[in-house]
Design a protein around this ligand. Structure first.
Ligand code: ADP
Ligand code: MG
Length: 654
């Protein structure tokens, strides 16, 4: 057995430091908490290089007396508790006496401090746990701590730090949270010489939220409160119409301490049930006041995880606070500008053409919606005319001439017909169908059946045979019904549109046509999301969004994919940001499938929405020209077909 050594103090402190000091943000959290506990009313946080090279925190709190200064840097030395019983009534943010010792074990620390009782202040320097200087200093009442070169002696830890900007944003996230939990303290945050945040310290939570997250976010909030069962909840929750795709803007505090609480999040979701769409989450800033003996904050060194003696009481209090807020404060959404129309498939009706000849010049492989110029020669007219034409998925190698033929083919695809014929839902559907316009007469139908195709057709053909198409109408505002090549075709308009958008989004950015937003959209994010977006701006741009840093937790979106409605941009960016935070490094363009799914689903015309006949016709034609598009991104079919023969069979005609 190797000999058992009692580790030297410096090494033991280094190990312990790992639990408290993970990155600059955790240093700032500990020091800010100390300033709050010291009763400061003004605190300034300044960082350089993400806090890795420099952090300075100045407060006007009680200061540390000369005789206590050395003790403050010893492990488990604290002025906040002295007996085991004190652990049951912790109202200060700190109590473990570990932070200063841990920080000074892994960085160069300088402190200048003076209490109100002292005439002269103290300057103390400690580096890697070694005292360097203890001297007089002329300084105001309060404390200034400067932390230089974090982890300079522990390169292994240094390696885990991210880029300066990411670390700085993590620090900003901490400052935001401490400021939110103490609106009575004026907090200033200076980042690389620039002031990023200044809260007034007036004690009004809503003003504080506005100072941190901006007017747009704060004006979407409604007050929430509840008192009962020994718990008091107060704060703000968002109106249901301003919900987000994740919980990153939910902030919970217990006795003004920032905590993570799954119970709190679950209670908020329950409170919003039936007021908010599934998969959407409200934002909130809620402070829970509870007798400190009913909560154990000594679960983890970071002190953000807590244990309640009765989770149900907390759940109920938050639940009722949300319910009360919603019944009192959720005024109907004001329609600000245009009424939102369903996504328009096409810009304007094309000029009707009769016999057309198309000369292809551009042949991208997978590009469904890119507008390209196609030369159209009207055979009946002599002049040549240029029209906008949607290019479909195809692989044409030679210019094609499409001449409308009066004789189309009516292929029998027995498998699908059998499936359809035996499918009660399709039979039922056919029975229930509400045809908006007259059904094609039998006479007309017969004519179509007699047609023969005279253009060679392959699987990937783009040739749409105009003459063989007839729009019948729409059923249940969901299914477009048409005849094509002698078959009855029923298209699920949402599923089909979704798939087409999905394919387009997936196609490489060079083939996509972005839309420049006339008025760019600003998106307020939590600092972690903000950081994640800035870190992944390249990937987001590949997905079709031009996003720029707008400062202080906001990004500005200037361009987005064509398919996306401006009103959806904010939510989509929040969703992307939330996923990036969740997935951490695991993000790449190839892995953005969830994004394309989500955007496609959101942007596609919805079942139940009104679709004009013109849109239906154009859409059906587009889809029927894309033989590859037969399933939506979730794998459901986008269309079903039935031959005339099968229809007749089901009516016993043959
Ligand atoms: P804890 O906060 O858990 O007590 P720390 O290591 O963070 O432990 O701090 C040790 C002690 O140093 C505190 O208990 C407090 O007395 C003193 N202290 C630290 N920071 C400040 C400050 N900014 N103002 C006044 N006293 C401070
Ligand atoms: Mg502390």
């Amino acid at each position: 057995m190797p000999k058992i050594n009692v580790l030297p103090k410096s090494l033991a402190e280094l190990i312990a430091a790992g639990e408290v000091v993970e990155r600059p943000a955790s240093v700032v959290k500990e020091l800010l908490e100390n300033s709050v506990d010291a009763g400061a009313t003004n605190i300034t946080v300044e960082i350089k290089n993400g806090g890795i090279s420099y952090i300075r925190i100045t407060d006007d709190g009680c200061g540390i007396a000369r005789e206590d200064i050395r003790n403050a840097f010893i492990s488990h030395a604290t002025s906040k508790i002295s007996t085991p019983e004190d652990l049951d009534s912790i109202l200060t943010l700190g109590f473990r006496g570990e932070a200063l010792a841990s920080i000074s074990a892994v960085a160069r620390v300088e402190i200048m401090t003076r209490t109100a009782e002292e005439e002269t202040g103290t300057r103390y320097i400690i580096e890697s746990g070694e005292e360097i200087l203890l001297d007089d200093a002329g300084c105001p009442c309060g404390t200034t701590l400067i932390i230089r070169d974090l982890f300079y002696k522990t390169p292994a830890r240094m390696k885990f730090l991210k880029k300066d900007i990411t670390e700085a944003n993590a620090v900003a996230g901490v400052v935001d949270r401490i400021a939110l939990s103490h609106p009575e303290i004026s907090i200033r945050f200076i980042r690389d010489g620039k002031q990023n945040l200044l809260t007034s310290g007036k004690g009004d939570l809503l003003s504080c939220i506005r100072e941190i997250f901006g007017k747009e976010f704060s004006s979407a909030l409604i007050p929430a409160s509840y008192i009962g069962q020994g718990v008091e909840v107060s704060g703000f929750v968002s109106k249901p119409s301003y919900s987000r795709p994740n919980r990153n803007m939910q902030f919970f505090f217990i006795n003004n301490r920032l905590i993570k609480t799954a119970t709190g999040s679950a209670a908020v979701s329950e409170g919003y049930k039936n007021s908010i769409m599934v998969g959407k989450f409200p934002s909130c800033v809620l402070n829970i006041k509870i007798n400190p003996s009913l909560v154990d904050v000594n679960v983890h060194p970071a002190k953000t995880e807590v244990r309640f003696s009765d989770e149900r009481v907390i759940f109920n209090a938050i639940f009722y606070a949300c319910k009360n807020a919603l019944s009192a404060g959720d005024t109907p959404v004001q329609i600000q500008q245009k009424a939102k129309l369903p996504q328009d498939f096409y810009a304007s009706p094309p000029e009707p053409v009769h016999q057309i000849k198309i000369t292809e010049t551009i042949k991208p492989k997978k590009d469904f919606w890119q507008n390209i110029s196609v030369k159209v020669d009207k055979i009946e007219k002599t002049e040549e005319k240029k029209v906008e034409f949607h290019k479909f998925n195809d692989e044409i190698t030679t210019p094609v001439t499409v001449v409308r033929s009066p004789e189309p083919q009516t292929p029998e695809i027995d498998d699908i017909d059998d499936i359809l014929l035996n499918s009660p839902s399709v039979n039922k559907f056919v029975k229930e169908v509400q045809i908006q316009e007259s059904v094609v007469s039998e006479q007309e139908n017969d004519i179509i059946v007699e047609h023969k195709q005279d253009v060679e057709e392959s699987d990937t053909s783009v040739i749409f045979e105009e003459e063989l198409f007839h729009l019948v109408g729409e059923a249940f505002k969901t299914y477009i019904i048409c005849e094509y090549k002698g078959k009855l075709v029923i298209i699920d308009k949402h599923a089909a549109h979704e798939r087409i958008i999905y394919e387009n989004l997936k196609s490489s950015s060079s083939q996509r046509t972005p839309q420049m937003l006339l008025s760019p959209v600003t998106v307020t994010l939590s600092k972690e999301e903000y950081s994640a977006v800035l870190d992944n701006i390249g990937i987001i741009s590949q997905a079709g969004f031009e996003v720029e840093d707008f400062g202080n937790g906001c990004v500005i979106v200037r361009e987005c994919p064509m398919e996306i409605d401006r009103d959806d941009v904010e939510e989509i960016i929040s969703e992307i940001a939330g996923r990036f935070v969740e997935k951490k490094q695991d993000v790449s363009f190839e892995k953005l499938d969830w994004l394309f799914h989500s955007v496609a689903c959101r942007s596609a015309i919805k079942a139940g929405n009104f679709t004009s006949r013109y849109e239906m016709e154009r859409f059906a034609k587009q889809l029927l020209s894309m033989p590859d598009i037969r399933y939506c991104p979730h794998g459901r079919p986008v269309l079903v077909e039935m031959t005339k023969r099968e229809l007749e069979k089901s009516f016993g005609r043959i």
